[in-house]
Design a protein around this ligand. Structure first.
Ligand SMILES: Nc1ncnc2c1ncn2[C@@H]1O[C@H](COP(=O)(O)OP(=O)(O)O)[C@@H](O)[C@H]1O
Ligand SMILES: [Mg+2]
Length: 242
């Protein structure tokens, strides 16, 4: 079954074309990577998917519904970790977990989720007093506490130390095993290679390659997704762009 359909999505901010004709589908249970460097249009695309932004044109369906019209209904089935989202400074970790769990019909036990993410000992802390890594882990825990069918994670492990990064990968592996559909936005190719069933490589608002990490590696005759990515985007020739 198809969970996400995106057809010819376009979105500009004034004169800046963020997304210029993107199409892809994500099947139930798939972990789908949205890859590319800063400014490639990844965040804009996922914000359109969850109904936070209105596309200029194109067709989007999530669970068969238009997120522009059915955002609230879809939000109950979706967990989201947004790149730029912040919580109120004074909200405590346990309060945030309880609040987010209340948005869903059948949430996980939020205390168990806190323990799984190693946030139990700081449950009484205010958001503003958390370290960068703790904030990131809390945002992930909040995206998962509702036991959603679809999880959208924008820059999953940015700000995490190498150990926390590895632990996060393990938890995403568990999510996959449970049949959850995951959209993983990342500019880390090792992460995508480890976790994703298929990836879409974004460059300047377009998808320049789409396939399994292994398939893209084979197609380019390279040894890793990182090298395949450089080939496919032309960034090896042009030099890395911002
Ligand atoms: N709210 C906004 N207003 C104006 N320009 C934006 C806004 N959000 C993103 N952009 C621009 O759109 C382009 C794509 O950005 P974004 O979707 O955030 O890409 P990515 O997530 O791949 O870094 C960039 O040029 C960015 O500067
Ligand atoms: Mg982004």
């Amino acid at each position: 079954m198809t969970v996400i359909e995106v057809e010819d999505l376009h979105k500009s901010y004034g004169h800046t074309r963020a997304v210029g004709g993107v199409s892809f589908e994500v099947a139930r249970g798939e972990t789908f990577g949205v890859l590319g460097h800063n400014g490639a249009g990844k965040t804009t695309t996922v914000e359109c998917l969850i109904g936070l932004r209105k596309p200029d044109s194109g067709r989007i369906r999530v669970f068969g519904e238009d997120p522009g019209r059915r955002r609230r209904a879809l939000a109950r089935r979706t967990g989201v970790q947004l790149q730029e989202s912040e919580l109120p400074d004074r909200i405590r970790v346990v309060e945030a977990m309880r609040l987010f769990a209340s948005f869903y019909d059948r949430p996980d036990d939020w205390r168990a989720v806190l323990e799984r993410w190693d946030l139990g000992p700081i449950g009484g802390k205010a958001y503003a007093d958390l370290s960068g890594g703790q904030k990131q882990r809390l945002k992930l825990a909040l995206a998962l506490v509702g036991a959603p069918e679809l999880v959208v994670l924008d820059e999953l492990t940015t700000g995490l130390d190498p150990v926390a990064r590895r632990e996060t990968w393990t938890l995403i592996g568990d999510l996959k095993a449970s049949g959850t559909t995951v959209v993983l936005v990342s500019h880390f190719m090792d992460e995508a290679e480890e976790l994703c069933d298929r990836v879409a490589v974004f460059r300047r608002g377009r998808i320049v390659a789409l396939g399994s990490p292994r398939g893209l590696v084979a197609e380019t005759g390279t040894g890793s997704l990182e090298e395949a990515y450089l080939e496919l985007t032309g960034e090896r020739r042009d030099g890395v762009e911002a």
